[in-house]
Design a protein around this ligand. Sequence first.
Ligand SMILES: [Zn+2]
Length: 216
Amino acid sequence: MPDLAPFATLRSRAGRSRGSARRYSPPVVTDPVPRPARVRRQYEASDAQHTLELPPAELLQRNAERLRAALEAAQAPGVRRAGQELLDHLADFYRVPSPRLTILGVRPHRVRDGHLESELHGDYTIETGVLRAWMRTAILGKVTSYRGMLNTLLHEFVHHLDVHLFRWPDTPHTRGFYWRVDALYHLALRTPADKRRPLVWIKTGARWRIDWSKLR
Ligand SMILES: [Zn+2]
C-alpha cells in the first residue's frame, strides 16, 4: 500500500494519489469506515486498539540515532542498514517476521499545474513483507528529514504489525493505527511525556482527521 506523506500516508489502492504534500502539517486522515461486515470488524478493532506494548526505549533510541547519522551521510546502503536494524529489533520484540527494507531514491510524485500535488514516502506489501522508503524529496532530490524517514519506517512497520501481530490483513488507517505509530515515534525520539499531546480528531464525513491546531 503506497503511503503519501510522512504523517498522513494515505493509502491508495489503485495507485491514485490523494492529499497534498505541500502542506507543512500533512493531513492525517483515516480511511473511511468500510461497509462489509468482515472488514468493518477489523476496522473497528484497529480503531479501538489504543495501546501497544512498547519495546525497551534505549534500543529503539539507539537505532533511531544510527538512522539519523546514516541520513546525514546521505548514502542509501547506510540508511538501509540502519533502517533494517531498527526494523529487525522491533520485529524481534514483537515476535513477528522481519520486514525487508528497500531504500530508494527520489520519491515518486505527481505535479499538477506546476505544483507538487503528492509524493510517495513509503509503502508496504503485505504478500512479500517488503517495506520500501524513498530517501530523496521530489523535485529537489534532497535527502529526506530524519523525522520524516523515522515516521515513514514506523508507519509502514505498524502495517506489518497489524498483519502479523493483530491479524488484521486489511491494515486500515484508523485512529488506533495512528496512535500506535505515534507511540513508537515519540519513544524513538525521546519526546518528554509533558511535550506529548494526545491526538485530537475531527470527524469529516466518514473519516477522521487530526486537528493540528490542538497539537501545535
Ligand atoms: Zn499506510
